[in-house]
Design a protein around this ligand. Structure first.
Ligand code: ADP
Ligand code: MG
Length: 440
């Protein structure tokens, strides 16, 4: 193209050419603007991504170190400064070894080399240097790979072991506290059963004792009459006088009553003796000795004691076999039946005409005892949990939730089972099954 001189008219481009040039410039300009906008958008995304990564990295409570293949620190994050007690940022290109003593450096270097070689993470315990001396950290070492899967270095994530150890200690402490609380509850349940037993026994003893007492009282009265009569005889009273006195003192009837009073006192004393005998058998528990005994008799005694110890007026009915012989520890079985009857009585609080039925049978080498009540029954959900320790639907202070679980355990120790045989709106039935003993 020849250069234009100022005095030559602008003839070189016609109008069309100018229009093309302008259009081309417009296009280029708008492409540039597009490009600029795309760049800006990408920049914004990058910025957001960087902020996001930064916030994630700094919110990690562990110490985070990224090192390259030469073990030079590329980046740190998480609680890096806080854990290592650093007040200023690291110099660029600080080697990892600067954070460790010589021994820890050797250990960590070895682990990192292995992790980079087989591209598998490792966990190692190493001490990092801090102003307060070496702090042990549990460090996980994960290899860092590029897009083609080549090893680029590793990422180290460290957690102070002191914290872990503290957490473990706290866990231990609360575990011990829990165990103590459980032991206390078990103790409480034992005391509660003992309380029920004592209440029942006290009630049971009260009857024959007052019987003995009333009869001794009568005997005393009779004795006074005879003394009066003998005094008159001694004083040499005349026969008609003595006959009159004998009538007045009702001595003929008194002689007859005397026998009755003596028998009554003897009966009462014998009843007391029987109760003491029952108690002795119950406390023979610890021996773990197994004997042959009648489940019906044992269940009756147990139920009587519970009923006598409660204020709820409840009827006890006994059906089925008159005797069912089992082998086991009668004291244990008595304790189980007392628990079952107590539960039944608790459940019967709002039932009109409350009734607890005991029925026994011998069946396929087992002595089976059922304790049934006509209470409100147990819901399906509760039924799955009643044998769990500490499951109770009773208010605090009333139930410990241990009765059934302990009873079940005792049944098992005696080679038997304790189950909920059935339950419904008409009541519940618990079944205790024990190895049968041949009757003597
Ligand atoms: N005969 C029964 N009728 C209704 N519910 C019962 C009966 N026996 C046991 N339960 C339920 O089983 C729960 C657990 O019983 P238990 O282990 O003896 O503990 P606790 O009597 O201390 O609550 C009771 O709280 C009650 O909800
Ligand atoms: Mg109970």
């Amino acid at each position: 193209m020849t250069a234009l001189t100022p005095d030559e008219p602008l003839q070189a481009f016609d109008d069309q050419t100018w229009r093309d040039v302008v259009a081309a410039m417009d296009r280029t300009y708008s492409e540039l603007v597009d490009y600029q906008e795309r760049l800006e958008a990408q920049n914004r995304e990058l910025d957001e991504m960087r902020q996001f990564m930064g916030s994630v990295l700094s919110s990690i409570s562990e110490l985070l170190i990224v090192v390259d293949r030469t073990l030079t620190i590329e980046r740190t994050g998480g609680a890096f400064s806080a854990i290592l007690g650093l007040e200023t940022a690291l110099e660029p290109d600080t080697p990892l070894g600067a954070l460790l003593d010589a021994k820890a450096d050797t250990v960590l270097r070895g682990v990192i080399t292995e992790a980079m070689r087989d591209r598998r993470p490792r966990v190692v315990e190493v001490g990092f240097l801090t102003p307060d001396g070496p702090t042990p950290l549990e460090v996980s070492v994960s290899p860092r790979l590029d897009q083609r899967g080549r090893s680029q270095g590793v990422v180290l994530v460290g957690r102070p072991l002191g914290e872990l150890r503290n957490a473990y200690r706290e866990l231990e402490a609360s575990h011990t506290a829990l165990q103590n609380a459980q032991a206390q509850l078990v103790q409480h349940e034992k005391l509660a059963s003992l309380g029920r037993l004592v209440a029942g026994v006290a009630h049971e003893l009260n009857n024959p004792i007052s019987f003995v007492y009333a009869n001794t009282h009568a005997l005393e009265k009779y004795t006074r009459r005879f003394e009066t009569y003998f005094d008159a005889v001694q004083a040499g009273k005349s026969r008609p006088e003595l006959v009159a006195l004998r009538d007045e003192l009702k001595l003929d009837r008194t002689v007859k009553n005397l026998r009755g009073a003596i028998d009554g006192a003897k009966d009462g004393a014998e009843r007391v003796r029987d109760i003491v005998e029952d108690l002795r058998r119950l406390s023979a528990d610890g021996s773990g000795e197994k004997v042959r005994f009648d489940v019906v008799q044992t269940a009756r005694t147990a139920a009587d004691w519970v009923v006598r110890g409660t204020k709820t007026p409840v009827r006890i009915a006994v059906y089925g076999a008159e005797q069912a012989c089992a082998i086991g520890n009668p004291g244990h079985v008595q304790q189980i039946v007392m628990n079952l009857v107590q539960n039944a009585i608790d459940a019967l609080a709002d039932t009109t005409d409350p009734l607890v039925t005991l029925s026994a049978k011998e069946h396929e080498g087992k002595a089976v005892l059922q304790v049934t009540d006509n209470g409100p029954g147990i819901s399906n959900t509760d039924a799955t949990a009643i044998f769990d320790p500490f499951f109770t639907t009773k208010p605090v202070g009333k139930g410990t939730g241990l009765g059934l679980s302990i009873s079940q355990k005792i049944a098992q120790e005696n080679g038997g089972t304790l189950t909920l045989a059935r339950t419904g709106p008409d009541g519940s039935c618990f079944e205790l099954s024990l190895p049968a003993g041949d009757p003597e």
